[in-house]
Design a protein around this ligand. Structure first.
Ligand code: UDP
Length: 244
């Protein structure tokens, strides 16, 4: 196997394969928060996040949302279509939490009148700052037509994920998406969708701490991080079985 490491991120390592159009993503157990100021390990996270992402990308694909996902040769490994990643992180919010509350004063848990789509500059150096449309065009990160396509796809993904998670008895509070552009200039959903990149609250639990099933358990030292991630995996995989 001709595998060369091309990039190592906080949660994943990217390798080349024999096929230049295919890359291999290896999911790690490493966890970071607050722009990598807090570091740790979540046992089994690599496998769990890889399996959840594979399940959600499979389901989104079956709903006509194109993704870069191909298959999983190993439980913590994913083969993906090679894409050029758009340097803008797209956050979709249904309920106020995290930086939205810190920056606006909205109370945590407030249901938003309609989903909010936000853009952040994918730059660890600058601390992933919030962007405006004009700043995106100023920096020439994406052109206006592509940004409209990204926004429409993000809203469609949100509708699909919200209803999927609802059936898992999980509330989809907010999440982050990344997009890529393939050799044919098609826009594809890329990266991952997992408890590392979403806020997920257990619908069967109203306690503001124990309902948390995502990386906030790690960020806020709430404990039982592994079991929360496992619970999300179990529910997502069981739901996918029913849907397909
Ligand atoms: N998020 C992410 N990667 C980032 C920043 C945010 O996956 O680099 C996710 C985060 O897990 C949450 C959503 O995007 O589900 C919104 O995050 P927020 O802006 O509230 O930031 P935070 O409060 O986590 O700093």
């Amino acid at each position: 196997m001709s595998q060369t490491k091309i990039y190592e991120g906080k949660a994943k390592i990217l390798y080349t394969t024999e096929d230049p159009e295919i890359l291999l993503t290896v999911y790690k157990d490493d966890a970071t928060a607050f722009n990598a100021q807090k570091r740790g390990q979540i046992e089994g996270k690599g496998v769990i996040n890889c399996q959840i992402t594979a399940a959600l990308f499979t389901w989104l694909g079956s709903n006509n949302i194109p993704t870069h996902y191909l298959d999983c040769p190993q439980p913590n490994q994913m083969r993906v279509k090679a894409v050029k990643i758009v340097p803008v992180e797209v956050v979709v919010r249904n309920i106020a939490a995290g930086s939205l509350c810190r920056q606006t004063g909205l109370p945590e848990g407030k249901v938003l009148p309609s989903p909010l789509v936000e853009y952040y500059y994918k730059s660890d150096e600058l601390g992933d700052p919030l962007l405006t449309r004009d700043r995106i065009f100023l920096l020439d990160l994406v052109d206006p037509q592509r940004l409209t396509e990204i926004e429409n796809m993000a809203r469609k993904i949100n509708q699909n994920l919200q209803s999927f998670f609802e059936r898992c008895h999980i509330t989809l509070v907010d999440f982050k998406l990344e997009f890529g552009i393939d050799a044919e200039e098609n826009l594809l959903l890329a990266d991952e969708i997992s408890p590392d990149t979403c806020r997920l609250w257990d619908r069967d639990n109203t306690d503001p701490q124990s309902r948390v099933m995502d990386k906030d358990r790690f960020r806020k030292d709430l404990g039982q991080v592994e079991s929360a991630y496992q619970q999300v995996q179990q529910r997502v995989l069981a739901q996918l079985k029913q849907q397909l």
